[in-house]
Design a protein around this ligand. Structure first.
Ligand SMILES: [Fe+2]
Ligand SMILES: [Fe+2]
Length: 237
C-alpha cells in the first residue's frame, strides 16, 4: 500500500526530473510512493537515484504502453540486491560512524567519540577484509606494473586508511586521548575515506558489476560470503 502517488501529469512547468526529485528527496524510512507516468521512466529514475546518491530504491510495478507505475522506497527499507549495493551501503554506514566520531572529537567530547570510533574501526576492518580477501581473488581485473589500476589503488588505499586508524587506536591505548591531539589524525582519515570510496564506486565497482552481470554463478557465490562480513540489521518496516 503506497503512502502517496506522484502523477507526472501534474508537474506544471517543472521538468519531469525536477518534479520527481522534489517529491522523493525527503522520502522517509518506511514510506513508499508510486510514480505514475505515460513514458518509460527508467532513465529518469536512474538519474534521480544517482542525484540522491543511491538513497532510494525503485522497481517497476506496471509497464506501459498506457501507464507505467514505479514504486519508490528508501534503500534501507529494501534488502541489498547485489554485491556492489551491499558494499556501497556499507560505505555510507562507515562514513556515518566516522563522521559522528569526528563530530564528537571536534567538540572535545572523547568520551562520546571513542565508542563510535571503535565501531567504525571494526566495520572498516570487516569491509576491507571483504574487498581484499573475498572479492579481489575472484574478480581479479588486469593490473598494471605501475600500480595505477583500480584494484592496486584500492589495496594501497586500504593499507593507508587502516594504518591511520591503527595510529589513533595506539594513541588511545597509550592514554594520549586528548581531542586536540587526535583531531588532526581524524581529519586525515576523513579526507582519505571520502576520496577512496568515491574512487571505488566510480572506477572499480562498475567493472565488478559488469563481470557479475555476465556470470550469475559467480554473483551467487560471492554475495553470501560478503554478506556474512558486511552485516546489517534486519530491514525494519
Ligand atoms: Fe569499499
Ligand atoms: Fe575500499
Amino acid at each position: 500500500m503506497s503512502d502517496y502517488l506522484i502523477d507526472v501529469a501534474e508537474r506544471g512547468n517543472l521538468t519531469e526530473y525536477s518534479y520527481v526529485l522534489s517529491k522523493v528527496r525527503d522520502l522517509q524510512r518506511g514510506e513508499e510512493v508510486v510514480l505514475l507516468t505515460q513514458e518509460d521512466p527508467r532513465l529518469l529514475m536512474d538519474a534521480v537515484t544517482l542525484e540522491l546518491r543511491n538513497a532510494i530504491y525503485w522497481d517497476v510495478l506496471e509497464s506501459g504502453p498506457e501507464y507505467w507505475r514505479v514504486r519508490i522506497r528508501r534503500r534501507e527499507d529494501v534488502e541489498a540486491s547485489d554485491l556492489v549495493d551491499l558494499l556501497t551501503r556499507d560505505h555510507v554506514r562507515i562514513d556515518r560512524l566516522f563522521a559522528t566520531a569526528l563530530h564528537h572529537t571536534n567538540a572535545g567530547d572523547m568520551e562520546a567519540a571513542l565508542p563510535v570510533f571503535g565501531e567504525y574501526a571494526k566495520r572498516l576492518r570487516m569491509h576491507v577484509e571483504a574487498e581484499n580477501e573475498i572479492v579481489v581473488p575472484v574478480l581479479d581485473l588486469p593490473r598494471s606494473a605501475r600500480g595505477d589500476d583500480p584494484t592496486s589503488i584500492m589495496l594501497r588505499e586500504h593499507d593507508e586508511i587502516v594504518e591511520h586508524t591503527v595510529m589513533i587506536e595506539e594513541m588511545v591505548a597509550e592514554g594520549m586521548d586528548d581531542a586536540g591531539m587526535i583531531a588532526p589524525f581524524f581529519a586525515i582519515i576523513s579526507a582519505q575515506l571520502a576520496k577512496h570510496e568515491w574512487r571505488e564506486e566510480n572506477n572499480l565497482f562498475p567493472h565488478w558489476m559488469a563481470i557479475l552481470k555476465k556470470d550469475n554463478s559467480l554473483a551467487n557465490e560471492l554475495f553470501p560470503k560478503v554478506r556474512r562480513l558486511v552485516v546489517f540489521d534486519p530491514v525494519h518496516k
